[in-house]
Design a protein around this ligand. Structure first.
Ligand SMILES: [Zn+2]
Length: 262
């Protein structure tokens, strides 16, 4: 019995996550277009074919259709199953990390905002205020309910996240004469500060810069872009925030060990 129960709850977390991921896809597709995320139901963007319940199933629908619309046979973006799979895995990771409680609910909402921001930034090079501003408010509100963070730490996180990035963006533009970081990145980091607190901000910036450099060099080596190819930074900030949320202590320990030369 005890061996079965964790497996059942793990599977439930994955299925629940995949369904949330399906809704996040709707948000990623519709928020930049200024469309409602609740109505109407999903349809093929090419021919308008309304999806039946089984075509709407997360991941399985895409696999059954072999990645093409049933009516017009146009390719369906792999973004759909990717977002569903990422959200499913994150749901499992959050469930295992937090277990049932307010923390789980708050950080599941936070993770959803990060996934939507990252994928919209990848597609459109923008991070809509409609994602980050309610996210900042939700983070501040959640900090009143959570035991892991105080309201003051959350408020300081919003100010630290917003101002640090604003200064970096300003200095970058002053030195290079080009805009490197957008206002969307600044508000995204303020949202991350709201949920993780001011103490997490340096680590999030460090990890996102590390991730960004690795991917940036990889893109250059593959010959996919020059030295000045703009890579959206939102996905790295989002990834770094999730790593900090789930593995912040381990990353700090590892980093301090490297610094001390052990
Ligand atoms: Zn179609």
């Amino acid at each position: 019995m005890t061996a079965i129960t964790p497996l059942v709850t793990d599977i439930a977390a994955l299925v629940f996550g995949a369904c949330v991921g399906s809704f996040l896809n709707v948000c990623i597709y519709r928020i930049p277009e200024g469309m409602s995320v609740v109505w109407p139901g999903s349809a093929c963007p090419s021919c308008g074919h309304r999806l039946s319940w089984w075509e709407n199933l997360p991941i399985l629908g895409y696999l059954t259709l072999l990645g093409r619309c049933r009516q017009c046979h146009k390719r369906i973006s792999p973004q759909y199953p990717i977002v569903e799979a990422v959200t499913a895995l994150m749901a499992l990771a959050l469930w295992r990390h937090f277990g049932p409680g307010w923390e789980l609910a708050a950080y599941a909402f936070f993770t959803s905002c990060l996934i939507v921001a990252a994928f919209i930034d990848l597609k459109h090079r923008i991070i809509p205020d409609l994602v980050t501003l309610p996210g900042i408010a939700a983070g501040l509100l959640a900090s009143c309910l959570l035991t892991s963070i105080t309201c003051l730490e959350s408020l300081a996180g919003i100010i630290a996240g917003g101002s640090v990035f604003f200064l970096v963006a300003w200095a970058y533009e002053l030195i290079t004469g080009r805009e490197g970081l957008g206002g969307g990145d600044i508000k995204l980091l303020a949202m991350i500060g709201a949920f993780l607190g001011w103490k997490a901000i340096p680590l999030v910036i460090m990890v996102s810069a590390g991730l960004g450099s690795i991917i940036g060099i990889a893109v250059m080596l593959m010959g996919r872009g020059g030295k000045h190819t703009a890579i959206p930074f939102g996905p790295f900030l989002s990834g770094a925030a999730l790593l900090t949320l789930l593995r912040g202590n381990e990353i700090m320990t590892w980093y301090l060990r490297i610094l001390s030369g052990e």
